[in-house]
Design a protein around this ligand. Structure first.
Ligand SMILES: NC(=O)c1ccc[n+]([C@@H]2O[C@H](COP(=O)([O-])OP(=O)(O)OC[C@H]3O[C@@H](n4cnc5c(N)ncnc54)[C@H](O)[C@@H]3O)[C@@H](O)[C@H]2O)c1
Length: 308
């Protein structure tokens, strides 16, 4: 296998997913696209499913250019349509003979704005793509995995918005919380069949959904938002999806794994928001509260903080 510039493509037979077949929804852009290309480079054969056929074509030519020709095919489908999902997952069997890994990843921003003004149809659309899509993908993937009886891995892209109330619009946050708990519930039901189900909760990842055409400006803002100094890339999520798809995670099921550069680890961040972080004032010591014992406070080494 060679790339367009004539160099050798990846050695797919030695990859972590050699011999496996995967379906990835939302596979033509952003996180899904990165997962498709990473899985294929690791030896999987992949059906990329997406509503956007133009981006699907670009994906296929980029896969060819990367020496992954024959490892990726594209199926245009709407994940909220049962007929479409059944057809798209059927493509794994007709094209590649089986299904081992299902990534329910397609997504949109969905309904936003004050709850008093959100249109019911927009609310339903959000849940149709983000929740019904995951349900349908799981339903037909499990049927396909049952055909060979060797189990499999289902990976659902949720969001850190599904873990709190402050990371997205209400409809999106509620839908992603549903994806987290659907993953847990399905993991319990499907464990006896050796089908693992996990959710990935991305933090802020630089994709077209996030930057909406303003890639450069958005890129500059991102590193200041989370503890980790680099901005999140689709490849960061693809690496975790690869772990969940492969044999290194055979005892991992029912988990919601945040991949967010430490964003959720900050929690309420009260010391900074209330500006009471003593370290920022150049102080270090121990606060003994209202015990009546003396607190000890000293200046931090190398910091000139003036009188305390
Ligand atoms: N980018 C982030 O910061 C971020 C953070 C948390 C979670 N996520 C989630 O990650 C997933 C991927 O998002 P992304 O950032 O890569 O966005 P993206 O817009 O780059 O890719 C999403 C893809 O899903 C496809 N899609 C949307 N609706 C569809 C439908 N009904 N049927 C089939 N395909 C459909 C789109 O055409 C697109 O190709 C989504 O579920 C999103 O909610 C993204």
């Amino acid at each position: 296998m060679t790339t367009v510039d004539g160099s050798a493509g990846p050695d797919r037979s030695a990859g972590a997913l050699a011999g496996r077949v995967a379906v990835v929804t939302g596979g033509a852009s952003g996180i899904g696209r990165a997962i498709v290309l990473r899985f294929a480079a690791e030896g999987a054969r992949v059906v990329a499913v997406d509503l956007n056929a133009d981006n699907g074509k670009t994906l296929l030519s980029d896969a060819d250019a990367a020496g992954l020709d024959g490892a990726v095919c594209f199926e245009q489908a709407d994940v909220s349509s049962e007929e479409d999902v059944a057809r798209a997952i059927g493509r794994a069997g007709s094209e590649f003979g089986r299904l081992d890994v299902m990534v329910n990843n397609a997504g949109v921003g969905g309904a936003f704005g004050p709850i008093t003004e959100v249109e019911t149809d927009d609310w339903d659309y959000t849940f149709a793509v983000l929740v019904r899509g995951v349900f349908l993908g799981t339903k037909y993937a499990v049927r396909a995995m049952a055909e060979h009886g060797q189990g499999g891995s289902i990976i659902n892209t949720a969001s850190i918005a599904g873990l709190s109330g402050g990371a997205g619009p209400a409809a999106y946050s509620a839908a992603k919380a549903a994806v987290v708990n659907l993953s847990r519930a399905n993991s319990v039901e499907l464990a006896p069949s050796r089908i693992r189900v996990n959710a990935i909760c991305p933090g802020i990842i630089l994709t077209p959904l996030l930057h909406q055409g303003r890639e450069e400006q958005t890129r500059e803002l991102l590193p200041e938002i989370q503890p980790w100094p680099d901005y999140g890339r689709p490849e960061n999520i693809a690496g975790v999806a690869l772990f969940l798809a492969g044999d290194d995670s055979t005892f991992v099921t029912g988990q919601a794994i945040a991949v967010d550069g430490g964003l959720t680890a900050i929690g309420p961040d009260l010391a900074n928001r209330l500006r009471t972080a003593p370290g920022d004032a150049g102080l270090v010591g121990v606060n003994r509260g209202t015990t009546g014992e003396r607190s000890q406070i000293r200046r931090r080494l190398g910091r000139d903080v003036g009188p305390t």
